[in-house]
Design a protein around this ligand. Structure first.
Ligand SMILES: Cc1ncc(COP(=O)(O)O)c(C=O)c1O
Length: 420
């Protein structure tokens, strides 16, 4: 409260004396400095503009390339039945829902997809979110309250890391796929928290490792913990008819929450959480990224629904995928690349040095192959890799060409055949 005129004038005088301070520029940030070094050396392979796409090729800067850097595992983005379903949905419902499912954006086809995917996954209930990232953010922050504990694998996806930052509960990390490390944390913490939730990727996104889910389930039972599987890379790929990692191991009933994304095998965008009716109803009424963000657009909903039909009814799609994966795994082994023992369509190739990884990506691009380098911090320092991934729609001739290009690259770049 200002009492007199002189006090007010004194304050105005001071405000005239304020020294201006310049804003801190973003160009000084380490990440931008690093990006600029890559740009200056014509080695920047992020945000590549794809001008045209087909089932397993893309066009970049006017040049057609064989795509081995996509998550379109089933190759359904250009499947005629899937495309037709998306077009029909736009014709009926328009292009967007303009609101969250909680309020005005809940279409009958969202509800139908909830039911269809719950049945496909073998869980009592499911709800679809607008992205997989939002599914993890919303569900995990809802499930892990202030008195709860999340135990998560050190190689979990960024969306789980961010979810743990958002959740009010505590998070401890265990060593990647290391059950002794997980049990140590369970043993010393279960009595200190209300709920304990073990959270891990079903198929790890960078290395293609499969989660040791049967062992996780066993530990969860022993210590009374919940199991949450992020099956972004397992959905559509693993198990019979692509029903996911929990089906691959036949432990559906023991997985409390199964998360999936539609931005990979299901050729669209969106995410899903499934589990018991009560748990999913709880998530539906508490996940903020579900309640306060607009719902999946109609074309995306119809695409996912059609993808489930296609993969359920046409066994040749998964047969082609796994034949292609075997072909490439054996091919890289013969060429002497270290592939981290991957058993999935994600086949990472260890390169080691960052610069070598981007130079090799440039070599691949110049020879008509689109692959993605993975650099620290996404991987540990000195463990840069080129992540390759395969689709049901890849043509054998194209894959043979890819192997020839990698054989040539191996002659140009010294690439270690082992991790260290
Ligand atoms: C393991 C994992 N979880 C979650 C996500 C997020 O999925 P979405 O692309 O649907 O947001 C991804 C996508 O990269 C992922 O790889």
């Amino acid at each position: 409260m200002k009492h007199n005129t002189s006090e007010i004038l004194k304050e105005q005088d001071m405000s005239n004396d304020v020294i201006t301070r310049s804003k801190k520029p973003f160009s000084d940030c380490k990440i931008i400095e690093r990006a600029n070094v890559l740009r200056d050396n014509d080695l920047y392979f992020f945000f590549r503009a794809i001008e045209d796409t087909a089932a397993s090729t893309v066009t970049v800067k006017g040049k057609k390339q064989i795509m081995i850097g996509s998550n379109n595992y089933l190759g359904l983005t250009h499947h005629p039945v899937v495309q037709e379903a998306a077009i029909k949905a736009i014709e009926k419902f328009g292009t967007g829902c303009t609101g969250s499912r909680f309020l005005n954006g809940n279409l009958s086809i969202h509800e139908e997809l909830d039911e269809k995917i719950a049945k496909y996954l073998g869980h009592e209930k499911a709800i679809v979110f607008s992205t997989g990232m939002q599914a993890n953010l919303g569900a995990l922050s809802a499930i892990c309250g202030p008195k709860d504990l999340m135990l998560f694998d050190s190689e979990n996806h960024a969306s789980i890391i961010d979810a743990s930052r958002l959740a009010l509960g505590t998070t401890f990390k265990y060593k990647h796929n290391d059950m002794a490390s997980l049990e140590e944390l369970l043993e010393s913490n279960v009595s200190r928290f209300n709920r304990v939730i073990i959270v891990a990727d079903g198929v790890f996104s960078m290395t293609g490792d499969i989660l040791r889910l049967p062992e996780i389930v066993k530990l969860a039972k022993k210590y009374g913990a919940y199991v949450y599987v992020d099956d972004a890379h397992g959905l559509g790929v693993m198990g019979p008819q692509g029903r996911g990692t929990m089906h691959h191991f036949d432990v559906v009933k023991d997985v409390d929450f199964n998360m999936g994304t539609f931005s990979k095998s299901f050729a669209s965008i969106g995410g899903v959480i499934s589990g018991s009716a009560d748990a999913i109803d709880y998530v539906r009424h508490s996940a903020r990224s579900f309640m306060f963000s607009a719902s999946m657009p109609p074309a995306a909903v119809a695409t996912v629904s059609a993808c489930i039909d296609v993969v359920s009814n046409d066994p040749t799609i998964l047969e082609n995928l796994w034949t292609n994966v075997e072909f490439m795994k054996n091919g890289f082994k013969e060429l002497g690349f270290f592939t981290y023992g991957s058993q999935t369509p994600i086949i990472p190739l260890f390169i080691g040095d960052d610069m070598k990884a981007v130079k090799m990506t440039k070599f691949l691009e110049a020879n008509g192959v689109f692959a993605t380098p993975v650099l620290p911090p996404a991987v540990p320092k000195g463990e840069a890799l080129i992540r390759t991934s395969y689709m049901a729609s890849h043509d054998k001739k194209d894959l043979a060409t890819v192997l020839e290009v990698f054989a040539d690259a191996k002659k140009v770049f010294e690439i270690p055949s082992n991790l260290h």
